[in-house]
Design a protein around this ligand. Structure first.
Ligand SMILES: *Cc1c(COP(=O)(O)O)cnc(C)c1O
Length: 369
């Protein structure tokens, strides 16, 4: 049997339209942050129906910028799920504060109000929730905790750009949201990030910190950093956001088809989508297996058949740097470690084609017993 063509995890829809838009900016001579960044931000504000959108150079910078603006520093604690990408916790450490990890729900893979509330102390200065796999957390529940203790809620929405919570775009449920436009996210300019907020004063501060802490040229009123994006990245972004609804609708259809085919099978569970997550971004389509052995068997079978998969990122407290720094181990956050042992991301992207979708389904079906 001849080897089937390699099926990747993601394949960004980016091409000549974006290249032309970027070229136009470069030809005009102004390539750093300027009018086009402004234009892109206005377009996002309209799309997401938010008051302020602040474009930055990547999603990690977006988190760092937000924590600086919240004056998070030494002696402070920020609650964050251990099941997230490394930047969620790193951004807290950059500010000198301590990440306080919490568990995630085994069905949604997301943090819950309950798991957050258990970790609140006098030192808690912020709560950071994460929309893992592009599925919004239950913002109303988590916001109630944020209100009760008067602790601001930061949403690391890096994976959920274009997703909807209770039929509204993710972007203004929390006090502040951050997004990422890295190449494997739903829309991209290679590297890029975004912050949204409804608070005028906070938005102004974020813009100052993004630009070396200056309120006007060479007048530095804050400890800022260079979190600036380029105008040609913004030009690509303007073209990309035109595609967001189409991208998510196409991914939703594939996800629905996958889930329909997986729903009555033993030993695996398709993604659980609670009703409040009215439209996940489907950043990833993630299967939950009965145990690690079956997951690994399926992963191997897909690999042999030249189909890419991802184990996603391990819980942050198990990363070597964190293990050493905080004396962490796998006996802590056991139920979250268990989630990581059993899930698997499979390819789900527009234009992957019916034939490939069925290829994935058949291999999984033939290997789960
Ligand atoms: C992608 C991602 C980030 C980081 O974004 P970059 O643009 O790569 O810096 C942060 N948090 C989560 C949950 C992510 O998935």
């Amino acid at each position: 049997m001849s080897k089937q063509k390699f099926l990747p995890m993601a394949n960004p829809d980016i091409g000549s339209t974006e290249a032309k838009a970027a070229f136009k900016v470069i030809k005009n001579g102004w390539i750093t942050m300027g009018k086009i960044v402004n234009k892109f931000e206005k377009k996002i504000e309209n799309l997401l129906n938010v008051k302020h959108a602040i474009f930055v150079n990547n999603g990690t910078s977006a988190l760092h910028c937000v924590l600086l603006a919240l004056r998070i520093g030494k002696g402070d604690e920020v609650i964050v799920p251990t099941l997230s990408y490394i930047s969620s916790a790193n951004s807290i450490l950059y500010c000198g504060a301590k990440p306080i990890f919490c568990e995630s729900d085994p069905r949604t893979f997301n943090v819950t109000a309950e798991s957050i509330e258990k970790k609140i102390t006098k030192k808690t200065k912020a709560i950071m929730s994460v929309d893992l796999k592009g599925q919004p957390v239950d913002f109303d529940e988590i916001k109630a905790i944020s209100k009760k203790y008067k602790i601001p809620l930061i949403s690391d929405s890096a994976e959920s750009f274009g997703a909807k919570y209770k039929n509204k775009f993710v972007g203004k449920q929390a006090f502040v949201h951050t997004f990422s436009f890295f190449a494997n996210k739903n829309i991209t300019m290679g590297e890029g990030g975004l912050i949204t907020t409804q608070n005028d004063k906070f938005a102004k501060l974020l813009r100052i910190i993004r630009n070396q802490g200056q309120n006007y040229r060479y007048n530095h009123v804050e400890l800022g950093n260079n979190f600036r994006p380029t105008d040609y990245a913004a030009a690509i972004g303007i073209e990309q956001i035109k595609k967001i609804n189409k991208v998510i609708n196409e991914k939703s259809k594939i996800a629905e088809f996958y889930s329909k085919n997986f729903k009555d099978l033993n030993n695996l569970f398709p993604p659980y989508v609670p009703s409040y997550a009215s439209r996940p971004s489907w950043y990833m389509y993630t299967i939950n297996f009965k145990n690690k052995k079956i997951r690994n068997k399926v992963m191997k079978a897909l690999k042999i058949n030249n189909i890419d998969t991802r184990l996603s990122f391990p819980p942050i407290h198990l990363q070597p740097f964190y293990k050493k720094k905080f004396n962490e181990n796998a006996n802590r956050f056991k139920s979250t470690v268990d989630i990581f042992d059993k899930f698997l991301d499979i390819p789900c992207w527009p234009k992957m084609g019916k034939k490939n979708i069925n290829r994935v389904i058949n291999i999984i079906k033939n290997n789960i017993n």
